[in-house]
Design a binder for this molecule. Structure first.
Ligand code: EPU
Length: 422
């Protein structure tokens, strides 16, 4: 088993290039299933979630090859339409395969993904949308039995779900006729999926706005694409510099996608300079509290950045209020931050962070992906040694957290250890 060891409490200084985005690459890989020819994705991050997605593609009969950060998928002769219960449980987002499997194979069988560490994560909108397109979906003993024959439809989402918008796009490109999605998610990952589908020959328009239109039924061929940088990983490393003090640079990022987070860090006293391909940050000795941070769908403050920014503000002067509007159980890192000396009170969706002058190192456990990253952010700013266990959560979304933070000057290593030692 692995643990991350951090010797914190010293200012950072350095530069790091940001990996390809997890939340882009997963729907892009699902999209490859729709092509009649080979697809090539460059800059694929090396993550356990990506490994699981490649396993799903293999289990559906695709030929998959990974060389460095390039993944080649040959989906010309898919044979399966089932995702095993094990693979569905490994990764909740495997539900994004429902649309493409139905579109390509005409039927799909997958188990119900259920809840996860962030609280209940229903898929009612996914099912209602695909049903509106003509899919017949039945729930049978914990799995979903789905039959296709999809046609275009007018779909109004009650909330702008990212995964649901992706699922509709992936189903609609193969459906007969026009599909329109109102109140679609506007995340950059939706724009990237549109660009990739269009490179395959699809006709998708409107991504990045609340209304998406897909003219379905066009033949889809193979395509090549370079996965865009991970905005949440970039937010994590900027927060690490804010937490530890000093200065640093993240490169290969689009600053416009991070502006809600960088404006919070600026309000906290950091100096942030955004260039065309990089963001520079210089942090003061001590941050100051900021106005309430409310998570919201893009372009609002991302729920995925809540934990890492909170970790940085634990040492801010004054009290900061966080309101988590997206997931009901996304404060599980709070108890772990408390072990490091943080003073945070949670009441439902509100967390009040009362800044303390200093954090101290401690033995802590990752509770989920971003919660785990938040412990590293706190650790680089804490006096003494922090040991983080539950590293497999972090591996789902960070290709090499330790090397990246080391590039920023942190004293951080990954150790292989036996359970008794920690
Ligand atoms: N929701 C429903 N019904 C549905 C679908 C969603 O009620 O059918 C609710 C969810 O329960 C949640 C809200 O809608 O309360 C938003 O969920 P959404 O569907 O937008 O999230 P997702 O597609 O499941 C993606 C990211 C998450 C990120 C959210 C929000 C991927 C693979 N995952 O999840 O990323 O937090 O959007 O931005 O793209 C992470 O990277 O750590 C992560 C959890």
């Amino acid at each position: 088993m692995s643990v991350i060891q951090i010797r914190g409490g010293r200012p950072l200084s350095g530069s790091v290039r940001i990996q390809g985005a997890k939340n882009s690459v997963l729907p892009l890989l699902a999209a490859t299933l729709l092509a009649e020819g080979e697809c090539v994705l460059h800059n694929c991050p090396n993550l356990t979630d990506v490994d699981h997605t490649l396993e799903i593609l293999r289990s559906l009969g695709c030929r998959v090859k990974r060389e460095g950060d390039t993944v080649t998928v040959d989906p010309s002769a898919p044979t399966g339409y089932t995702i095993s219960d094990t693979l569905m449980r490994e990764m909740r987002s495997s539900v994004v395969f429902l649309g493409p499997i139905l579109g390509r194979m005409g039927r799909a069988r997958l188990s119900y993904p259920g809840g996860c560490e962030l609280g209940p994560r229903p898929i009612d909108l996914h099912m209602a949308s695909l049903r509106a397109m003509g899919a017949r979906i039945e729930e049978q003993e914990g799995h979903l039995e789905c039959l296709g024959g999809l046609t275009g439809a007018e779909i109004v989402l009650s909330l702008p779900s990212v995964g649901c918008t992706e699922n509709i796009m992936l189903a609609a490109v193969r459906a007969d006729g026009v599909t329109t999605v109102h109140n679609a998610a506007r995340e950059p990952e939706i724009v990237e999926l549109q660009d990739f589908l269009n490179a395959m020959g699809a006709d998708v328009r409107g991504a990045g706005t609340s209304m998406l239109t897909v003219r379905g039924g066009r033949p889809l061929h193979g395509a090549e694409h370079t996965v865009r940088p991970d905005r949440i990983v970039a937010c994590t490393y900027l927060s690490a510099v804010a937490s530890a003090g000093g200065e640093g640079e993240v490169t290969g990022v689009d600053w416009r996608q991070l502006s809600t987070v960088t404006s919070v860090l600026t309000e906290a006293g950091c100096r942030v300079k955004s260039g065309p391909d990089a963001i520079f940050i210089a942090a003061p000795e001590r941050l100051k509290a900021v106005r309430p941070v409310r998570t919201a769908p893009y372009p609002g403050f991302p729920t995925d950045a809540q934990a890492v920014v909170m970790a940085a503000l634990c040492k801010g002067e004054g009290a900061t209020v966080f309101v988590e509007n997206m997931f009901s159980a996304r404060y599980r890192h709070v108890d772990e931050l408390a072990r490091m000396g943080a003073d945070i009170r949670v009441e439902g969706k509100v967390a009040v962070v009362c800044g303390v002058p200093a954090l101290h190192g401690a033995k802590v456990r990752s509770t989920d992906l971003r919660g785990g990253a938040a412990l590293a952010v706190a650790g680089v700013g804490a006096q003494g040694e922090t040991l983080i266990s539950g590293v497999y959560h972090i591996d789902r979304g960070y290709q090499d957290l330790c090397s990246d933070l080391a590039c920023l000057g942190a004293k951080i290593v990954r150790l292989n250890t036996t359970k008794e030692e920690i």
